[in-house]
Design a protein around this ligand. Sequence first.
Ligand code: URA
Length: 252
Amino acid sequence: MVFRLDRYLNECDSTLTRKSAKALLHGGCVAVNGKVCKDAAHKVDTECDTVTVNGKMLSYVRFRYFVLNKPAGVLSASRDKKTKTVVDLIDGIGDICFPVGRLDKDTDGLLLITNDGALAHELLSPKKHVDKTYIVTCASRISEEDCVRLQNGIDLGDFTSAPARVRILDNENNILAMTITEGKFHQVKRMIAAVGSEVTHLTRVRIGGLWLPKDLKQGEYKETDGGSLRAVLYPEAPDGEDDEERFLRSYL
Ligand code: URA
């Protein structure tokens, strides 16, 4: 494949954004076939050119990124000989891709599938505090006091959850939106159990700035590229409160 040099840098190392790639190029840190190259538009052929950054050779691996609307009943795991997994829902990706984190078998909604370990690590690291928002249907009413307990962080025995954002969306049907920055096993279900109720339906609708696309039916997916995905995952400015409420209600 042939790429512009700035795109090639990003393809080889997804943490190199256009901006940081440009800085490296301007700084004379990038060489193509042994010669310093400062031209972002220089064409690089992945088959025969070698590119180094500060003397270190880059190797090109094609990163792939899929945004899936996971249906309930499918396992969030890499390929498995016995059980159908989320990776089986994506055509022609072989065994190289894996889901970024896990949704329970009975949870539906937004899941990323990729072979980009660096991005997966960033999104899953508790230190990065990436928001994950769920629409949570509960078996019984969640009171305002319960919401405050959930918001403050709740003792789950083996750990205390970090503060969550909780918003009641439909009081009649016990539906709320909960945003957490961690991803412990069964975390949302355990938090709801800790305030005396039970989750009857769980849908993830957001990771960072990426909302579950409204045109993706359950089981459907879209492929995207690393640059576009990062741009939506980490938006420059957070959505306004009103926008968030409007988006959340649109999933009911
Ligand atoms: N929390 C849960 O309890 N289950 C999920 O699938 C995701 C978050």
